[in-house]
Structures are given as structure tokens and as C-alpha cells.
Write a protein that binds this ligand. Structure first.
Ligand SMILES: [Mg+2]
Length: 99
């Protein structure tokens, strides 16, 4: 059976904690910068045509986010489902936004 998103959050947090990454508190800004660093690694892998590396770095992005949510008791699963439902109700290209 597949694990739920919140199970993955707990697991990512427990793994990071067991490796010492939560021995001292870190600022949210630092944690978000680390998410961004994984996004940058994904960009570099894609630019090099490294599909396997691209997939691994996207996984790292998720794992970093899972760790943040697991350590903060954020219900990421509910947040994602709620936002995805909200997105369904948005207008085409959100009213002609460029991005
Ligand atoms: Mg990485």
C-alpha cells in the first residue's frame, strides 16, 4: 500500500532527525533556502539532459518540504488537497497572467 503524504512527512522528519539535522533549531528561511537549492540542482540536471538526476533532485525538493512539514506538524496532505481544489475554480490562465 502506498504511503500517504503525511506519512512521508513523518518519515522524512524522523530520518533527518536521526541523522542529526534537527539537533539545533534552524530558521524557516534557512530551510526554504535548502528547498531552493534542490530546485536549482534539478534545473542544472535538466540543463545537462540528466533525466535521472532531474528526478532525484525533484525528489529531494519534496523530501525537504516533507521534513519541514513533519517537524512542524503541518498537515501537508490537507493543504495540497485544499489548494488543488481551489485551483480548479480559478479562471483560464488566472485572468491572462503571464505566468
Ligand atoms: Mg539534491
Amino acid at each position: 500500500m502506498a504511503k500517504s503524504i503525511n506519512q512521508l512527512c513523518s518519515e522524512a522528519y524522523e530520518t533527518a532527525k536521526s541523522k542529526g539535522w534537527h539537533d539545533e533549531p534552524r530558521e524557516t528561511g534557512t530551510l526554504l533556502a535548502l528547498v531552493h537549492s534542490e530546485v536549482s540542482e534539478a534545473l542544472e540536471a535538466d540543463r545537462k539532459g540528466n533525466q535521472e538526476g532531474f528526478e532525484v533532485e525533484l525528489a529531494d525538493v519534496c523530501i525537504r518540504i516533507f521534513d519541514i512539514c513533519g517537524s512542524s506538524n503541518i498537515d501537508l496532505e490537507d493543504a495540497i488537497l485544499t489548494k488543488m481544489e481551489r485551483n480548479k475554480g480559478r479562471s483560464y490562465k488566472h485572468g491572462n497572467k503571464a505566468y
